[in-house]
Design a protein around this ligand. Sequence first.
Ligand code: NAD
Ligand code: TYD
Length: 349
Amino acid sequence: MKILVTGGAGFIGSHVVRRFVNTYPNYQIVNLDKLTYAGNLANLKDIEDKPNYSFVKGDIVDAAFIDNLFAEEQFDAVIHLAAESHVDRSITSPLDFVMTNVVGTVNLLNAARKHWAGKYAENRFYHVSTDEVYGTLGETGMFTEETAYDPHSPYSASKASSDHFVRAYQDTYGINTVISNCSNNYGSYHFPEKLIPLALNNIKNNKPVPVYGKGENIRDWLWVEDHARAIDVIFHNAKSGQTYNIGGHNEWKNIDLIRLLCKLMDQKLGREEGTSEKLITFVTDRAGHDLRYAIDSSKLQRELGWAPSLQFEEGLAKTVDWYLANEEWLDDVTSGNYQSYYEEQYDHR
Ligand code: NAD
Ligand code: TYD
């Protein structure tokens, strides 16, 4: 089986590529990535020389390029993760999100429609999506697969739109699709514009840790390797047309999570308890900031037997250890392009 993984140089994509390359030596894994600011081939150093892995640099927005790639490579399946993924960037540049997340997804679907003719039932198109399509929860309740879509940010609106296109191609042309909607991930190789790696990096460098609003917003955190395992399980076992929610039953208020991180960092860096907490800085809230996400993943547990493997405290401690042991990765990523973005994003607050 030859699988096209898009966005494999990003955070979650690199874990998916690594898992598939190592677990299935008889599959060919082709990683297609544009290498935007978020794509980093250093994320895949440990598997780049494996015989069942190859990398193609390219843009999913380029329809002719995607069409040629499908003609040349004759993929049997697609696992589609390439996306613009950061909510704050979507507020500044919504059209980038429409192009990659919506147009890019439709280009891939069109290529599947054309090149998989006669094989729609066998060949699988797996779209990796987010719980943010469901909008926001109040103090109670959880997102299920039946929750109506209600996106609030340009990012979540673009992901919701791409989910609709994937379902439309299933219903209209009979392409075998699956979608999963996952909650916030954390772990190694996470780009430090997102909350956890950004806070870790700033604590390490004694820089202010920006907390939006009052830090009351709640996210449901899942270890990235548990997400990659869920994708493996769903890819191999889900029935055509199914959707699965993926989450860790692990809700944290942002401010509590940041305080826990500060405590862990004080321990790991040998700082006096309470030192890192002094770096917490409350800044202007994000526009349209969703209050709470919580995922009901019981369908995935019941039907396909998946469950998260790590408790959060254990996963977070592992994650802190990884970032402290991989300073070179963090320094490489935080230099260059990222710095100017960082200044644009935070200097006006
Ligand atoms: P990421 O930003 O770390 O990685 C995205 C990757 O896509 C990068 O390698 C980038 O170079 C590539 N890419 C971007 N535009 C491209 C284009 N036009 N053509 C080809 N490649 C392009 O994102 P991530 O956090 O790893 O998220 C991966 C997927 O999972 C996304 O679809 C996202 O919506 C979804 N998701 C993320 C989370 C999360 O917590 N991070 C949770 C649920 C779902
Ligand atoms: P983020 O990692 O951007 O993920 P998402 O917005 O997709 O959930 O943000 C997680 C939460 O942390 C979200 O409620 C916004 C908040 N946040 C901060 O308080 N400070 C920060 O510097 C960032 C990046 C996020």
